[in-house]
Structure formats: C-alpha cells, structure tokens
Ligand binder design. Sequence first.
Ligand code: ATP
Length: 237
Amino acid sequence: MLSVQMLGMQFGGLKALSDVTMDVKHGEFVGVIGPNGAGKTTFFHAISGVHVPTSGKVLIDGAELQGKTPDAFCRAGIARTFQTPRIFGDMTVLENVRFAFLFGNHGASEELINEVIEETHIGALKNEIAGALPPARQRQLEIAMALATSPRLLLLDEVAAGLTEGEVEDVARLISRLRQQYGLTVVWIEHAVRTLMKTVDRVAVLNFGQLLADGSPEQVAADPRVISAYLGDEVSE
Ligand SMILES: Nc1ncnc2c1ncn2[C@@H]1O[C@H](COP(=O)(O)OP(=O)(O)OP(=O)(O)O)[C@@H](O)[C@H]1O
C-alpha cells in the first residue's frame, strides 16, 4: 500500500535521508528503529506531508503524494502520531477526539466517537482535561485521535517514549489489537526495541539517513551491521 522510492531529505548541508526505498504491504506491521538522529522522524515527516522531500517518491496505492499537504495524506488514509503528543491540553478527551473526527472530515457521530474512546481504553477519562492526564493516557488519546480520522495506514512515532516497562507492553498490546480490529497497516518508530521486536512482523533499520537493514525481527537482530550500529548498546527499554 505504501511505496517509498529513493526518498531523500536534505537540510542545508545535512542529508537527513538518502535514497530510502521501502514498500509496506496492506496489513503489515513494520517497526522502524535506529540511533538518535538516524532520520526516523524525518522519514515520517516526509511520508505524512509534514516535509516535502528533496528527492524521491511517496506512493499510496500507486498514487504519488510527495509534495502534497498533510490533509491530502489524511484523505489518502494516512494518520500519524508525533514524538511529543499533539493533543489540545486545555480540552477534554472527548473534545479532542471529536476534533480529530472533524479533521478527518467525518461527521462527529457521538456513537463513533465513544467507540474510538472505548477501544483505546480511555472511556473513563473522557471528561478529563487532556493536558492533566499522565503520559501513558496522553499517548492513548493521541492514538484515539489518529484512529478518528479512519486511517488505513497508521504511523506511530515513539508512542512508548517516557512510559514505564509495563506501560510499553500495554501500548504494544493495544496497537496490535487495534490493528486487527480496524484492519490497519502500521509503521511504528520506537526505541523500546525488545517490545517492538516481539510485536511487529518486520523491522527496518535507519542509520545516518540510510536504510541499513529491512527484514524479520530475527534477521535484523542477528545482522552484524545492525548490532554494531545500534543494537550493541541499545539495551534499555
Ligand atoms: N527541520 C530540520 N532542520 C534541520 N535539521 C533537521 C531538521 N529536522 C531534523 N534535522 C536533522 O536531521 C537528522 C535526523 O533527525 P530525526 O529527528 O529524523 O532523527 P531520529 O532518528 O528521529 O532521531 P531520534 O531517535 O532522536 O528521534 C538529525 O541530524 C536532525 O538534527
């Protein structure tokens, strides 16, 4: 469904992405890992319309989207979360999800809004002010807001950052269940490598803006280039 071809992103003299080529099939669950500054978030920015890539193509079901605005990516069925949750801190959980439905151009039916809130396990918090929620709940809210746009492809940027080990496992289970339930294709950037590796079908490794490896979690974990560039010193979750 997603085809990224020779994607490049340059910031002045810095090549944040160089010739990244990757295909993601319908229904696949792909993890993206790599050291700090490897270009993971830039990759998401370039495949969700936040950045216009310097070179290369981004296709969804064969349609070229590079250079289009974020709402065009949204209409094509792509939703994403951000490293720092982009929720409206002074609005309630319910109001945030209602807003996300409107952004996705779907009528804000209270039934659907409530379904998404329940499915992301924040039903009991729906009248709470979002900015006052603990980090794990804010992550769940951001996932709910992404789901509210009725995506086919969900891009998750470090939704487990700052969470406890138990919460990281919970969020991984939540994503897996939502993926099944809504028939989603998911690409998940995460530093919590151990959890990610046992959750996804496939892992792509970025290093210095290049795709260093792309394969099953077992293949990637055993790849000497990945071990030396990243996994060797990446033991924390
Ligand atoms: N808007 C920008 N302008 C200039 N340089 C940028 C910009 N965005 C990212 N960079 C640089 O591009 C490189 C890749 O950054 P990016 O945030 O994509 O890495 P990352 O793999 O997501 O890192 P982390 O794991 O720390 O989040 C870094 O050197 C970063 O400083």
